[in-house]
Structures are given as C-alpha cells and as structure tokens.
Ligand binder design. Sequence first.
Ligand SMILES: CC(C)(COP(=O)(O)OP(=O)(O)OC[C@H]1O[C@@H](n2cnc3c(N)ncnc32)[C@H](O)[C@@H]1OP(=O)(O)O)[C@@H](O)C(=O)NCCC(=O)NCCS
Length: 161
Amino acid sequence: MIELKNFIHLTPDERMMVLTWRNDALVRSFMYTDELISSDNHESFIDSLPQRKDKRYFLVYKNSAPIGVIDLVDIRDNTASLGLYANPFSDRKGIGRIILRALIRYAYENLHLSTLRVECFGENEKAKNLYEKFDFIETKRRVKNNRPIICMELHREHWNA
Ligand SMILES: CC(C)(COP(=O)(O)OP(=O)(O)OC[C@H]1O[C@@H](n2cnc3c(N)ncnc32)[C@H](O)[C@@H]1OP(=O)(O)O)[C@@H](O)C(=O)NCCC(=O)NCCS
C-alpha cells in the first residue's frame, strides 16, 4: 500500500531522515541547490509549508517503508513542476516508477491539474528514462550553471493511468 505523508505532518525523526536523504551526495548532485542543507534551514523550510499554497511535499511510504520524496512546486493555473528522489539508502529496484506514479495520480486525481512539468540535468539518464517511460515529452533544452537541462511535460490527457 502506498501512503503519501505531507511534510507538514512529519515527526521529528521523519524530518531528520528526509534531511539525511536530501543531503546525500547522489541526490544533491541532481538538484539545482546542491549545497548541504543545514538542519535549521530544513526545519524553517518545513515550517513554512503550511502557508504555501503553491508547494506540496510528501514522504512516500510503501507497506510502511519510507521509499522516497515527491513534490509539486509552482502550482498555479492547473500546472505544476515536479521533483522527486528515491531513498538513497534503499537497494530496492523500481522506486522511481512507484513514486512518480503516486505523484502523477495525486496531481491529476486530487489536485485536478492539467499539465505537469519537470526539468532534469542532461546527464541524469535514469531520471530522463523514467520520465519518458511515463510519456513525458521533451519541450526544450537550456543551460543552467553550465549544465544542460532537459525540460519535459506530461498533459493529463496523455497520461495512461
Ligand atoms: C531518478 C530516481 C528517482 C530513479 O529511481 P530508481 O528507483 O532508480 O528508478 P527505477 O528503478 O524505478 O527505474 C525507472 C526507470 O529508470 C530507468 N533507469 C533505471 N536505472 C537506469 C540506469 N542505470 N541508466 C539509465 N536508466 C535507468 C529505466 O528506464 C527504469 O525503468 P525500467 O527498470 O522499467 O527499465 C533515482 O535515481 C534518484 O533518486 N536519483 C537522484 C535524484 C534525482 O535524480 N531526481 C530526479 C531529478 S530530475
């Protein structure tokens, strides 16, 4: 069973676990903000979320095991940008597929959005392949911090539930 736990409701231990994941070298290397995040920053970020209608972050559990983090940001006009990372300490296969599916369902079935956007670094083959498997279409390429970025989109009518 898949459970999405809103960051707003995380326990102190869950908050700490998520910070450890987010600060993991592999996870950070594929994020726009790749510096280590301090515990104070992390706590204030989570404490700010109840006031933010444009952002939602969730810890994803599968059968009571925490497997990853998903988020929607820039939620407006029926669109949002997504982000995700798998628990870097898990050796389970297929986490990416499980958490992306959960995120798309939440966005289309609960929030009734019509378009999801995602950006990934050009060298992030895993992420790019994952998004393509879910029928995200490349819309453009750009460069950020001297690194190529691939921009992709999935429209609700192209999502094969
Ligand atoms: C991206 C991420 C969530 C993928 O999670 P994962 O658990 O490895 O993904 P899955 O095992 O579900 O694989 C999903 C698809 O990714 C692709 N993939 C997996 N491993 C791959 C590899 N080594 N090389 C290329 N593609 C790969 C495959 O298409 C795979 O589908 P398949 O197994 O049906 O062929 C995970 O690697 C991660 O957390 N990375 C760091 C953070 C990150 O990059 N986030 C995305 C930012 S845009």
